[in-house]
Design a protein around this ligand. Sequence first.
Ligand SMILES: Nc1nc2c(ncn2[C@@H]2O[C@H](COP(=O)(O)OP(=O)(O)OP(=O)(O)O)[C@@H](O)[C@H]2O)c(=O)[nH]1
Ligand SMILES: [Mg+2]
Length: 379
Amino acid sequence: MQEGPQHQEELKVFLVDIVTKDTKPEILADRMRELENLVNTFGGVVILQTYQKKDQPDNKTYVGKGKLEEIIADMQRLGANLLVVGNILKPRQVYEISEQLRPFKMKIRDRVDLILKIFDKHAEGGESGLQIELAAIKHMGPRIFGMGIELGRQGGGGSGAMRGLGETNTEIMNRHLKERQRKIAKKLEDYEHMRKLHRDSRIRKGLPTVGIVGYTNAGKSTLLNALTKKGVLAEDKLFATLGTNVGKLYMITDPETGRGKEILINDTIGFIRDLPPTLIKAFKSTLEDSIESDLLLHVIDASDTFVQERIDVVHEILAHIGAKQSRILVFNKIDAISPERLLQLQETYKDEITARISAKDQQGLEELKKLLIEKLNLI
Ligand SMILES: Nc1nc2c(ncn2[C@@H]2O[C@H](COP(=O)(O)OP(=O)(O)OP(=O)(O)O)[C@@H](O)[C@H]2O)c(=O)[nH]1
Ligand SMILES: [Mg+2]
């Protein structure tokens, strides 16, 4: 990690995205807010944001040549040093924008770079570190390759030697990345194997497992803490959790005798919209304990304006990673919504299995536990 305030001067960020004429203002505002939260998690401060109306991103500069010049002038005026684009940039665009920013010692990052850097910064090493490295290679690989082609072309006007150099470097780099990718994949396989053994022994012990999943910042870790007194870090930031946390919960199934059964609860990394498939894939094994659990608790921030959109994102990712088990929609943060809104949510999701809780205030947890006992067939 070369970036980040602890290594360098403060990261002063300019946010930009393009919107089509169909983009609704509230959706745009939500996206910008999420992007700003990502910047904050990363350790930067947003000092200005703008958007450009455009139906198609510009092939070279993403926002368009004139707009980019405007942005650079604004960044200079305000002392910004990082431009963040709320989308995935193509290698060509990264190259072009970087070139234009270079004289001013400014850098460009897209949304996926930001997510990868956040993961990278907070990774707990070991398996998740390797997964992040793999995802980064998959994200950066084509860029390096693309950049090599650009470099080759640049020199290529007259000098064949330059082109040759560009291509050779690219090939070397590419080979190196492929090799590293292969090694990481091998190590990840070993981890997976180890994990399978653990899982097998757990299954033999017969412990039912519950996976907590949901959009980032929904309150998953707070719920794990509330249920198991685990003491996991829960914070008001995106991607506070990047590894896996497991807690045990003793479920009393016979109140008269106090008898019950122990269950395992897994809390893991949260989801976010528009995650590239390679990134999801890289995290598949971190998510595996959740995916292979007997039941999923899908935690939803009920105080969010875009409840259904967030639910859709989570469902899509779960489908993508092959999670098929039944799930309980857990509407969290009900302390932060009005009784009318609570009723409205109840009505909208009346055909689903739902629970309404405040993990923070420990409200609704007993009902949730009853639902768990029933759905896990613990009695
Ligand atoms: N008002 C309110 N806030 C809550 C509740 N549960 C969690 N929060 C807050 O929501 C923020 C995110 O909580 P976390 O438990 O870290 O959320 P998470 O889903 O684990 O988030 P990531 O690990 O970052 O994906 C924290 O500031 C919590 O204090 C709740 O029931 N009510
Ligand atoms: Mg968490």
